[in-house]
Design a protein around this ligand. Sequence first.
Ligand code: PEP
Length: 244
Amino acid sequence: MRKLIAGNWKMNGTQADIFELDRLAIAHGAGEVDVVICGPATLLSQMVRVGLNIGGQDCHTNISGANTGDISAMMIADTGARYVITGHSERRNDHNENDALISAKTKAGWDAGLHVILCIGETEAQYHKDETLDVLRAQMDHSIPDGASEENTTIAYEPIWAIGTGLTPTTKEISAVHAALRAHLVTRFGASGTAIRLVYGGSVKASNANDIFALPNVDGALVGGASLKATDFSPIILALQQSV
Ligand code: PEP
């Protein structure tokens, strides 16, 4: 299994920031792991010229139509991007996206030939009530469509309380969650379930990357804040490359 590290630029970045990708492409473009940058829709066409894998951050369920402000998976693919994120907690929370919608968006991504990075994660309250695994299993059951495989899908476990906060679960907790997610994927998808990548996201930075990447069933990372600057992201990519 090739490991994957994806940067999620969220609503950040203008044309002046593309040079950050040039630096990453020179250092990591042809390495042993898949490096993906999920940029804002406005920059995708430019980003694909750099030579890294590029993705969108969300897509509509339709290919085209009267959906003002939305972007379709087909349009993302048309830029030359090959990936798309679905189910990010900021979409689930800010736009009231539920598992059924995320499942439909994921299928739309597949139909456009995109590899989908599908996010799941518990809230802080659910974490403290020890509901994490129940929440994650339900999200997996209802947001991952039938037909998921290692070719079309990566699952990102992102505890919501760890996103952008500097907090992370302990390595023991990440290990336990990823083992449970792996078992659940195998039960549902058989052999494919052993090969679908399971990446961790939530305040990954250079100082914790080595410990997180050493864990079994952690097949990479989804990185927000620390992916915006090459000087921050490069050491994290290097940590993943050195873990394989
Ligand atoms: C994210 O938003 O997907 C994320 C992991 O953010 P951060 O790395 O900033 O916590």
